[in-house]
Ligand binder design. Structure first.
Ligand SMILES: Cc1cn([C@H]2C[C@H](O)[C@@H](COP(=O)(O)OP(=O)(O)O[C@H]3O[C@@H](C)[C@H](O)[C@@H](O)[C@H]3O)O2)c(=O)[nH]c1=O
Length: 384
């Protein structure tokens, strides 16, 4: 199978994060030949350090990466893929669509949508949509948390690898060494903090500084790290210490290493669409800041997620997690909610394990996508 996967980096790292993960999985687990078209190689390089932004074409971990610019390369019949994936609301160039439409045996065209826990997704997943002018039709493919959706990205063997790390001090020590955080094991709790801006973060940091446990707080470079540097100028050096709290600013890690970080931390603050799912697989407790949308549409999506995630959680934990998530997403002070969350941490961890077990009973996104594509292609070839 040959697949062209189109990715436009709108902002942040979710678009490329998801596409890169999917591309590698299709290649390594299904031996598909994947060409990943990406319009921003500089962002890509942050999560895959070997990317060379100046190259038009490069092979990375078995995936052909093509810099997607306004000028389309010459395409011949030999370049025809079996499947074209238009990821996360990007638009395939019209010249490319005309090229696809000219084949008698047309490639299958999928629109990989954004993640949502809302129930309307069930009715839209896998629906066809004819192109208004060209003899082409695309299918909507929705990721999601239920068996009526396309599922979630989850590589083969991932959970076992993460469970091994989470259960082994030796592996954790190795990870911290590799990450250049040689003193990490000395801290009683480690928190990864990947979030958008947080206007009222100071009281919570103060709470951690005055806590009876020592805390290592790890913040990747970006807006939040810049905001924290405004609060604590010492962070310019990459480190700020106050009583029980030590804050470190980290360079972005390659994706597999970020997975390990999540498995080695006690609490993970995650954001957007991809890191939140990685936090699920890492099995530690997490707090999610959803990507903001106009007219607060994201809060509806957040509530839909919380409803599913907490459906079988004990009432007190449900209230605690809902309040904490709402406060964090509204950029309010979370210190009261966080104190309660810490009190329930073990129980929440147990609940998360059950939620994870429910999710891993379902097929993952790549296998659903492969099955869907193969069935559709077999059907269309039998009929033509
Ligand atoms: C912090 C860190 C992240 N990552 C990866 C994990 C993810 O693949 C990616 C971050 O993506 P997300 O978690 O989705 O958060 P994000 O905020 O960067 O991306 C967002 O982009 C918007 C355009 C989308 O619409 C949002 O839904 C969202 O996906 O970066 C690393 O590989 N190394 C790191 O050190």
């Amino acid at each position: 199978m040959r697949c062209d996967l189109f990715c436009s980096v709108v902002d942040n790292f979710g678009d490329i994060g998801i596409c890169w993960r999917l591309a590698r999985q299709l290649q390594t687990e299904y031996q598909w030949q994947v060409t990943l078209w990406v319009d921003d190689l500089v962002s890509f390089q942050k999560i895959c350090h070997s990317i060379k932004p100046e190259l038009r074409l490069q092979l990375q971990q078995g995936v052909l990466v093509r810099h997607w610019t306004d000028v389309l390369p010459e395409l011949s019949d030999a370049d025809k893929p079996d499947l074209v994936i238009e990821a996360l609301a990007c638009s395939i160039p019209s010249a490319y669509l005309h090229w696809m439409a000219a084949f008698a045996d047309k490639p299958l065209w999928l629109n990989l949508e954004y993640l949502s826990a809302e129930d309307w997704v069930h009715g839209c997943h896998a629906l066809p949509s004819p192109h208004p002018q060209l003899p082409l039709q695309k299918y909507f493919f929705f990721p999601g948390f239920t068996a009526q959706t396309g599922g979630l990205l989850r590589e083969r063997g991932l959970i076992d690898r993460l469970v091994r790390i989470a259960g082994s001090t030796d592996l954790q020590q190795q990870f911290w060494q590799q990450a250049g955080l040689t003193d990490a094991m000395e801290y009683q709790q480690k928190i990864s903090l990947f979030a958008y801006s947080q206007a009222q973060i100071s009281p919570w940091l103060e709470q951690l500084a005055n806590g009876c446990q020592t805390t290592l707080l790890l913040v990747p470079k970006g807006q939040l790290a810049t905001d924290l540097t405004q609060l604590f100028s010492e962070l310019n050096t990459g480190r700020f210490d106050k009583k029980s709290l030590s804050i470190r600013v980290l360079d972005f890690m390659p994706q597999p290493m970020y997975d390990q970080l999540l498995a080695c931390c006690d609490i993970n603050f995650v954001r957007g669409e991809d890191s939140v799912i990685r936090a699920h697989w890492a099995g530690r407790v997490f707090i999610w800041q959803i990507y903001r949308q106009e007219e607060q549409a994201h809060l509806v999506k957040l509530q839909a997620f919380l409803d599913k995630y907490l459906q079988h959680a004990p009432a007190e934990q449900k209230v605690c997690l809902e309040k904490l998530h709402m406060a964090w997403n509204l950029e309010q002070d979370i210190s009261t909610e966080f104190a309660l969350f810490n009190k329930f941490r073990e129980e929440i961890q147990i609940h998360n394990k059950k939620w994870q077990e429910y999710l891993i009973q379902q097929q993952d996104l790549a296998s659903n996508l492969v099955r869907f594509a193969e069935n559709k292609l077999i059907m269309s070839r039998n009929f033509s």
